[in-house]
Design a protein around this ligand. Structure first.
Ligand SMILES: NC(=O)C1=CN([C@@H]2O[C@H](COP(=O)(O)OP(=O)(O)OC[C@H]3O[C@@H](n4cnc5c(N)ncnc54)[C@H](OP(=O)(O)O)[C@@H]3O)[C@@H](O)[C@H]2O)C=CC1
Ligand SMILES: O=C1O[C@H](COP(=O)(O)O)[C@@H](O)[C@H](O)[C@H]1O
Length: 488
């Protein structure tokens, strides 16, 4: 088994270089790193896919996609410098003998990052090809895209296939939410501010809400999405990663292992949701037709390529509970869906009410303090506090006031870095802290599988909601039962 020596990669091999992810995200992210002079001058990138391109044609393909997906911001000089790094190899990944050509195209004994931008089902086959030609060596690291499997068992199969040839220290499992500025800021907010770190538990916090709403529908990938659904596509990875960063104990330092150890403990402590309590704890929905920005949009079953019988969920709401000392009695309400009114992701921490109200002339019940972390768009942090209304009246009058830290205002001239830029740079540098360890992925599947099994056992269909709404009525009831409301 090879172990990586943690120096910067000098070669990137991009498997699936003609695919959607490469075209839309990876070329653009690497281009931005190039334009900011963050790529070493000797870094080479080899695109590998089935299509027939020669080197010049592939460089043109990269340039065309930069123009499409970045647009006017690109400059000819940077495009020229960037595309000159690319070569191309035509390879069917099932052709094990063909990896000899890849070996010949690479410089040996050089740190090499293999980016698997392909369907996860063929990760094992690619790793086997690399190994057969001596490329799964100590100079290699592998980036794997999500989803790693469809459930715990299939995820174990993929992880086993890759782990046969690569040590965990060489494997970088992507969850692009961990590359987002605002998600990373959860660490600084929690652990660099005593105001929050000393008030971050069941003594002070009433409950937490995590919303990841998207206005997009299925965007021409019905087949893929229908096999997956919102639970596997968003909850198993992105929402559980956000939840574990919010709920974890302070890591001893910022190293990959310290953070991953703490995140794992949170996922392990999630209380199982079973057939016995599924109705109380979780809601799944599927969008019907509706209106978004004044325009009629089709329902999930009317999308192009849809199977009219599909029961796949496009919306999930969950009341998650963490069975540990810090979070006893503090629910974490999660919700995520497609075709919601707008793209809007946020975390809201509701603090506890004051034990006694001396301002009852102003408020029958004092509103609790609330910390809102806007993940996207309009990234920022807002804390609501009670404040005196200026004036000379006999009684002190108070009102709820927001301390608003909008990132675009405080970082006015700073470009918002795309998650893939940061993730690629850290993977090139051999830093695993923003990537997910195998046990985290598998523990997350275990919890999610339990919920999926419970749903299947009920034989109930997902609840319908109109496109452009905030999800099925049942998701409002889920939180209203506890005498709470979703943040508006
Ligand atoms: N697209 C996105 O926004 C996101 C994608 N992902 C993940 O990234 C990965 C790639 O997704 P995406 O780019 O959308 O998928 P695509 O299907 O668009 O691209 C996959 C690429 O792999 C190539 N490929 C597949 N099988 C073989 C093979 N046997 N031999 C040679 N080439 C092969 C395809 O070639 P060909 O065209 O010839 O089939 C294509 O170039 C997946 O794991 C996906 O889940 C994750 C998050 C977002
Ligand atoms: O991983 C995925 O994420 C996107 C949402 O990502 P964001 O960065 O735009 O919030 C989602 O649309 C997609 O279905 C899912 O696979």
């Amino acid at each position: 088994m090879a172990h990586n020596n943690l120096q910067s990669a000098e070669q990137i091999v991009l498997f699936g270089a003609a695919g959607d992810l490469s075209r839309r995200k990876l070329f653009a992210a690497l281009y931005h790193l190039e334009s900011e002079h963050l790529l070493q001058s000797n870094l080479k990138i080899i695109g590998v896919a089935r299509n027939e391109y020669d080197e010049k044609e592939f460089q043109q393909f990269v340039a065309d996609n930069l123009a499409t997906f970045i647009g006017n911001e690109i400059t000819a000089e940077v495009v020229q410098r960037f595309t000159a790094r690319f070569t191309y190899l035509n390879l069917d990944f099932s052709d094990q003998a063909g990896y000899k050509r890849l070996k010949d195209a690479l410089t040996s004994k050089t740190n090499t990052l293999y980016y698997l931008a392909t369907p996860p089902a063929i990760y094992g086959m690619i790793c086997e090809g690399l190994n057969a030609h001596g490329l799964a060596n100590k100079y290699a690291r592998v980036v794997m895209e999500k989803p790693i499997g469809h459930d715990l068992q299939s995820s174990q199969v993929i992880n086993d296939q890759v782990n046969r040839f690569f040590d965990e220290s060489q494997i970088y499992r992507i969850d692009h939410y961990l590359g987002k500025e605002t998600v990373l800021n959860l660490l600084s907010l929690r652990f660099a501010n005593s105001l929050f770190s000393t008030n971050w538990d069941h003594n002070c916090i009433d409950h937490v809400q995590i919303t990841v709403a998207e206005s997009v529908g299925i965007e021409g990938r019905w087949g893929f999405y229908d096999e997956t659904g919102q639970m596997r596509d968003m909850v198993q990875n992105h929402l559980l990663q956000i939840l574990s960063l919010l709920a974890m104990e302070p890591p001893t330092d910022l190293s990959a292992e310290s953070i991953r150890d703490e995140k794992l403990k949170v996922i392990k402590a999630l209380r199982p949701i079973t057939k016995a309590n599924i109705h109380e704890k979780a809601v799944r929905g599927q969008y019907g037709k509706g209106y978004l920005n004044g325009k009629e949009v089709p329902g999930y079953l009317e999308e192009e390529g849809a199977n009219k019988e599909s029961t796949t969920e496009t919306f999930v709401a969950i009341k998650a509970e963490i069975d540990n000392w810090r979070w006893a009695g503090v629910p974490f309400y999660l919700r995520t869906g497609k075709r919601m009114p707008c793209k809007h992701s946020e975390v809201v921490i509701y603090f506890k009410h004051q034990p006694h109200n001396i301002f009852s002339h102003s408020y029958a019940q004092l509103p609790a303090n609330k910390l809102t972390i806007r993940l996207q768009p309009d990234e920022g942090v807002e804390l609501t506090v009670m404040n005196k209304i200026p004036g000379i009246s006999n009684e002190i009058q108070i009102k709820e006031t927001a301390l608003d830290l909008s990132f675009s205002e405080i970082n006015e001239n700073t470009r918002v870095i795309d998650a893939y830029e940061r993730l690629l740079l850290t993977a090139i540098d051999g830093n695993q802290s923003l990537f997910i360890r195998r046990d985290e992925v598998e523990q997350a599947w275990k919890w999610v599988d339990g919920i999926m099994e419970a749903w299947n056992a009920t034989n109930e269909l997902p609840k319908s909601y109109a496109a452009g709404s905030w999800g099925p009525v049942a998701s409002i009831a889920l939180i209203a039962r506890d005498d709470r409301n979703w943040d508006e």
